[in-house]
Design a protein around this ligand. Sequence first.
Ligand code: FDA
Length: 497
Amino acid sequence: TSGARVPALVIGTGYGGSVAALRLAQAGVDVHMIEMGMAWDTPGPDGKIFCNTREPDHRSYWLRTRSKAPLNYFLGFPIDRDISRYTGILDAEDFSGITVYQGRGVGGGSLVNGGMAVTPKRENFGAVLPSVNAAEMYDIYYPRANAGLGVSSVDPAWFDSTACYQYARVGRKHAQRSGFPFVFVPDVYDWDYMKQEAAGTVTKSALAGEILYGNNHGKKSLQQTYIARAKATGRVAISPLHKVTSVAPAAGGGYTVVIDQLNTNGDTTATKTVTADRVFFAAGSVGTSKLLVKLKATGALPNLNDEIGKGWGDNGNVMCGRANHMWDPTGSLQSAIPCAGIDNWAAGGAFAEVAPLPTGIETYASFYLAITKNPNRAQFSWNAATGKADLNWQTSWKQPAIDMAKTIFDKINAKEGTIYRTDLFGTYKIWGDHLTYHPLGGAVLNKATDNYGRLTGHPGLYVIDGSLIPGNTSVNPFVTITALAERNIEKIIATDL
Ligand code: FDA
C-alpha cells in the first residue's frame, strides 16, 4: 500500500533477490519483494501455467505482438508467430547491438532458464571475481548455493540408455573423438521426474519441449526453493506486476521508492510510494543497471560513483549448429534440459553446452550454446532525450566469441567431415551472435559497490544480483550469482542490521 514503511525492500525476485529475502527474513527482518512480472501460480484456460516452446501463446513474451525465438529460423524459414500483447514470461529486450533474454515474473530467470547449475572451476575463479576470497566461496558459499537450489546430476547409466539424450551422446562421441573433455553439467531439474517422464508414468515437461516459456513440472525454479522457504518464514510479502521506477533518499531517513502497478497489457494502473530503511537492487544485470544509471543521471541518487553502468558483458554467449551425417541421428525425442558440455576453456576459451533442438522430429543437427572468454565489455548510460538507458554493445564485439567457439567446432567438423548448419539463425547464417542469455555486470563488485555490494555514497542501498559480476563467469552464471548473494547478505546481516 502507498505510504507504507518497510524495513527491507527487494527490487526483483530472481536469484539475488530470493537469497536476500530468505536470509533477511530468517534474521527477523520483514521483507517486501517488488516484481514487475507476473506471479505464475495460476493455470491458464488449458490447465497449464506455462506454454510450450512449440506453441508460444500470449504467455510466452513480455509485451510483444510477435514471438522472438532465440533460434528464429528452421530450414531457412522464420518460425516466429503473432501473439497477443501480454506480460509474458520471457523478455527479449533489444539494445542497439544485442538482444538480451531475461525471465519476467516471480522467480526471475529461474522461470525460463535451462536450470544448468555449474560451479566454475576453482582455477578460473580469480578471473571471475578478483576481489573475493576464493577459499570462502568454495568452502562455504558455493556449497550453500548448490544445496539451496537443489542441484544434482543425471544418472550416467540412465543417460547412456535413454532415447531423450541421444543428442547428448552424439555430442559426447564427437567431442571425445576430437580429444575434447566431455563433462556432465549439473541441473536443478528433478532427474527422477524426468525418468518417469521417459517411462510414461507422469505428465511430460522436459520431454514435451517445455523450457523457454516455463516448465510445468520437474524443474525446481526459485518458486520451489528459495522463495518457498522465504514465504514460509511469514516475513516475506511479494507484489507481482509492480515495477520500481525510482529510489531516492527520504526526508526522515531511509529511501522513498516509487512503484508503478501494471496490468497484463503493461499499462500503469496506479503509482505507489513507499519508504524503505534498506533497498536491495536485485532487478538483474540489465534491470539494476538501467535503474542505477537513471537514478544517478537524474540526481535521485547523486552520490553514486562513476563505475555505475560499466563492466557489462554477455558471458561470451554464441550459438551454432552442426549438420551430422545420416548415421548420427540426434533423436526426435530430446529432453529440453541440457546435461552435458564440452570443456575447452583452458586451451581455447570456450565451454560449450550440448543443447537440445526439441522440435519433435529428427533433424540430424547438433546444437550448441558456447560460453566464451570474450573480453569485450559495454556500458549502460542514461539517454535523457529518449528517457531510456542505452547499452553501447556492438554486434561485431561477438567476433572473439565466435573465434573461441570455432576452436571446438572447426576441429570437430574437420574430424567428422561435417559442416555448420546455416539455416538456424537466418538464411545462410552460421552463428547466433545477436543475443545473450547471460547478462552480467553494470554495477560491479568492489567498483560501483564495496566488496559486499553496498552502493557507494548511499548507506542502506545494496546491489545483490548478476550486475555485481564483471561480464563473465566461465560457465553458466546462476550458481555464482546465488553463492555471491549468500556471501554478501551474510556479511550485511552481521554488520549492518
Ligand atoms: P534475474 O534476471 O533472475 O531476476 C531479476 C528480476 O527482477 C526479474 O524477475 C525481473 O522481472 C525483475 N525486475 C527487473 N526490473 C525490475 C523493476 N524495475 N521493478 C521490479 N522488478 C524488476 N543461467 C544458468 O546458470 N544456467 C542456465 O541453464 C541458464 N539458462 C538460461 C536460459 C535463458 C533462456 C535465459 C534467459 C537465461 C538463462 N540463464 C542460465 C541465466 C540466468 O537465468 C540469469 O543469469 C539469472 O536469472 C540472473 O539472476 P539475477 O538474480 O541477476 O536476476
